[in-house]
Design a protein around this ligand. Structure first.
Ligand SMILES: Cc1cc2nc3c(=O)[nH]c(=O)nc-3n(C[C@H](O)[C@H](O)[C@H](O)COP(=O)(O)OP(=O)(O)OC[C@H]3O[C@@H](n4cnc5c(N)ncnc54)[C@H](O)[C@@H]3O)c2cc1C
Ligand SMILES: *[C@@H]1O[C@H](CO)[C@@H](O)[C@H](O)[C@H]1NC(C)=O
Ligand SMILES: *[C@@H]1O[C@H](CO)[C@@H](O)[C@H](O)[C@H]1NC(C)=O
Ligand SMILES: *[C@@H]1O[C@H](CO)[C@@H](O)[C@H](O)[C@H]1NC(C)=O
Ligand SMILES: *[C@@H]1O[C@H](CO)[C@@H](O)[C@H](O)[C@H]1NC(C)=O
Ligand SMILES: *[C@@H]1O[C@H](CO)[C@@H](O)[C@H](O)[C@H]1NC(C)=O
Ligand SMILES: *[C@@H]1O[C@H](CO)[C@@H](O)[C@H](O)[C@H]1NC(C)=O
Ligand SMILES: *[C@@H]1O[C@H](CO)[C@@H](O)[C@H](O)[C@H]1NC(C)=O
Ligand SMILES: *[C@@H]1O[C@H](CO)[C@@H](O)[C@H](O)[C@H]1NC(C)=O
Ligand SMILES: *[C@@H]1O[C@H](CO)[C@@H](O)[C@H](O)[C@H]1NC(C)=O
Ligand SMILES: *[C@@H]1O[C@H](CO)[C@@H](O)[C@H](O)[C@H]1NC(C)=O
Ligand SMILES: CC(=O)N[C@H]1CO[C@H](CO)[C@@H](O)[C@@H]1O
Length: 496
């Protein structure tokens, strides 16, 4: 009897993968839930990651159309002890929308794309299958806007779950700062509303680390009246090391002064120069104050710089400025999504310990020398988060799970393979790491820098602390209470 039982167990585990598939297929079919399994037509296209450096094979990709169907999928996955993950726009840098590792059950939200703007409050109820460009267009039709990044194909699910930085951020905050409430499916399949008054701890957690706690089906966002005028600008220079270092030092001086109004959003960009010892230096962004005050607004910084090689200024409406600096068409149905083969890191520089001249010069030197020699297709973005007027830093640290409310700049060093396709050169990891260490090795050793969880990577030492800082323990406690069996698991999920 006991022997027969053991044999049955052995048999079961031997063919359990196949049985899991069979069982899931039946459960989903019974509820009319579209699902693609490994050998189904369409599976290979559906499981492509944005970052082609990753090949991830989920056990299935499901396409629920309702909250009830999401609940069914989550329960089925939890019963089989699978990792369950959501995919919104699929732009995770490390394929976390596919689970990041093989064998996950994916809840793809692309069939859930409703957007309703309340005619009285102008709050927008947005299902998480939507992408940023389409959201911007639909809100703009109602004279409203939301702060978010400029890549139009990024999904609102990941973007608002971990941050959401764009040029309107110093004026209106991060995307997640405007989440008023959300509908969340928990690991046991229950459907809850989260807000300040309902499940407040979970409301805290989904604004900074959503994916570890549940599947967010829809979000109610606060929106803003679009500014009447907007300026999109882009200036480009070819600079030597001394000139570019000085330009960056002046940018930091301006950022720390009281001279940068909340209506200003911008960043520096460093790219490969045309010869050894040089970089391409760009200054770009949007300004939402009166068009005729743009020049005087940037003058304290701009007047310190040489004459740019390229100056491209577009003045018009909010949506025109957004389109002018967007990556991709705002309407994402007109073209298929793109892809890349890359590694990126991030560094969030605290405002209370500014960068030293030496660290700035070291980074610029690295980019002008090692960067010139590299065959990678690279750039470094330096996004302006802070300054006295910044709405991002006005939010109290403990109000949301986003752990960085004292940030001056967020750096993003990013390197693609030379032709943007696999294989990714193994030396490129060290090249990107070196961009960060050129800064950190010239700052005090206790410099408390952070990392941005929307520029996620899976090779970051002490990632819990870098991404989540002082919030990590509170996140762990929430994880134990709402997902004790660790159903929502992926390489950078909150670990109990
Ligand atoms: C080209 C490009 C440009 C970018 N530009 C910017 C920028 O300007 N500013 C900025 O802040 N960021 C930017 N990003 C980063 C971007 O914000 C993140 O990659 C974001 O997480 C992607 O969201 P997604 O929904 O498209 O990705 P997904 O891969 O679908 O999801 C990312 C993560 O969120 C989880 N998730 C997704 N939806 C849900 C949901 N409904 N419920 C629970 N968890 C969910 C996934 O499981 C995964 O862990 C950019 C990324 C790319 C590729
Ligand atoms: C599934 O779809 C069929 C055909 O459209 C319908 O008859 C059936 O009621 C649906 N079942 C469920 C559970 O929704
Ligand atoms: C998933 O499995 C495939 C095939 O074995 C493998 O090539 C790939 O590296 C695996 N992906 C991960 C993230 O381990
Ligand atoms: C995108 O374009 C398509 C085709 O022209 C149109 O049907 C759709 O409404 C547009 N989407 C948005 C969000 O404007
Ligand atoms: C702003 O400066 C540019 C040159 O940098 C000039 O062409 C333009 O006329 C100025 N605009 C205003 C409103 O002063
Ligand atoms: C200026 O920017 C606009 C908007 O992005 C773009 O369409 C145009 O091609 C740019 N012009 C130049 C000369 O780069
Ligand atoms: C990557 O994108 C290109 C075009 O942007 C497309 O031709 C190609 O098929 C895509 N590759 C994958 C693996 O999705
Ligand atoms: C840093 O560089 C700036 C600009 O070159 C200079 O004015 C300043 O004195 C330098 N600061 C220090 C501490 O060296
Ligand atoms: C870049 O390459 C040149 C030519 O090979 C070499 O002399 C130089 O030392 C290299 N620079 C760095 C920083 O590796
Ligand atoms: C914020 O939360 C941390 C613990 O997560 C706590 O130590 C700290 O006192 C809180 N700060 C405020 C201002 O409430
Ligand atoms: C589901 O999990 C939540 C969070 O742990 C819990 O509050 C709720 O009671 C659970 N529901 C059921 C039906 O077990
Ligand atoms: C479809 C399938 O693989 N079914 C198998 C499930 O596991 C039992 C043993 O426990 C097998 O007998 C079935 O063939």
């Amino acid at each position: 009897m006991r022997r027969a039982f053991l044999l049955a167990l052995a048999c079961f585990s031997f063919s359990s993968a196949q049985n899991t598939t069979t069982e899931l297929r039946q459960q989903f079919a019974a509820q009319n839930i579209t699902a693609l399994f490994a050998n189904d037509a369409g599976y290979t296209a559906a499981r492509q990651a944005y970052n082609l450096r990753y090949t991830v094979l989920p056990i299935a990709i499901t396409y629920p159309t309702t909250v009830e169907q999401i609940s069914t999928v989550v329960k089925a996955g939890a019963e089989q002890n699978l990792n369950v993950v959501a995919r919104s726009g699929g732009h995770s840098y490390i394929a976390n929308g596919l689970g990041g590792t093989n064998g996950s059950l994916v809840v793809d939200l692309s069939k859930m794309t409703n957007i309703i703007v309340d005619p009285v409050t102008f709050n927008a109820l947005i299902e998480t299958g939507n992408r940023l460009g389409d959201i911007a267009l639909i809100l703009n039709d109602a004279g409203r806007g939301l702060p978010h990044g400029r890549c139009t194909y990024v999904g609102i699910g990941g973007h608002s779950g971990f941050g959401g930085f764009g040029y309107a951020g110093r004026m209106w905050g991060l995307t997640l700062d405007n989440v008023l409430s959300a509908t969340v499916i928990l690991a046991n399949g229950s459907v809850v509303t989260v807000s300040e008054s309902s499940n407040p701890e979970l409301y805290w957690g989904i604004r900074g680390s959503s994916a570890s706690f549940g599947i967010v089906a829809s979000i109610e966002f606060r929106t803003f009246a679009v500014p009447p005028e907007a300026t999109a600008f882009e200036y480009v220079w070819e600079m030597d090391i001394a000139t570019a270092s000085n330009a960056f030092i002046e940018f930091q001086t301006w950022a720390l002064s009281g001279d940068v109004p909340a209506e200003f959003g911008g960043e520096l960009f460093f790219l490969k120069g045309s010869e050894y010892g040089q970089v391409e230096f760009a200054f770009l962004g949007n300004y939402y104050g009166p068009a005729d005050s743009f020049n005087s607004t940037i003058a304290p910084f701009f007047s310190t710089l040489p004459t740019p090689a390229i100056a491209n200024i577009t003045q018009g409406t909010w949506i025109e400025a957004l389109a002018a600096t967007a990556v991709g068409d705002l309407n994402t149905t007109t073209q298929p999504d793109s892809n890349d083969t890359f590694y990126a890191k991030s560094l969030m520089a605290p405002q209370d310990v500014p960068l030293t001249n030496a660290s700035i010069t070291a980074m610029v030197t690295y980019l002008a020398q090692e960067g010139f020699n590299s065959t990678d297709f690279w750039h470094v973005e330096v996004e302006l988060y802070g300054g006295i007027a910044s709405s991002i830093n006005k939010v109290s640290l403990n109000d949301t799970a986003f752990a960085h409310r004292n940030t001056l700049f967020t750096f993003q060093p990013y390197a693609s393979s030379p032709n943007l396709l696999p294989p990714y050169p193994s030396t490129s990891f060290g090249f990107v790491d070196g961009m960060i260490s050129s800064l950190t090795s010239n700052m005090p050793s206790d410099w408390n820098w952070g990392a941005y969880p929307n520029y996620i990577e899976d090779r970051l030492p002490h990632w819990q602390e870098r991404y989540y800082g002082s919030h990590y323990e509170r996140l762990q406690a929430l994880k134990s209470s709402v997902d004790p069996r660790d159903t929502f698991r992926f390489p950078t999920s909150i670990q109990e």
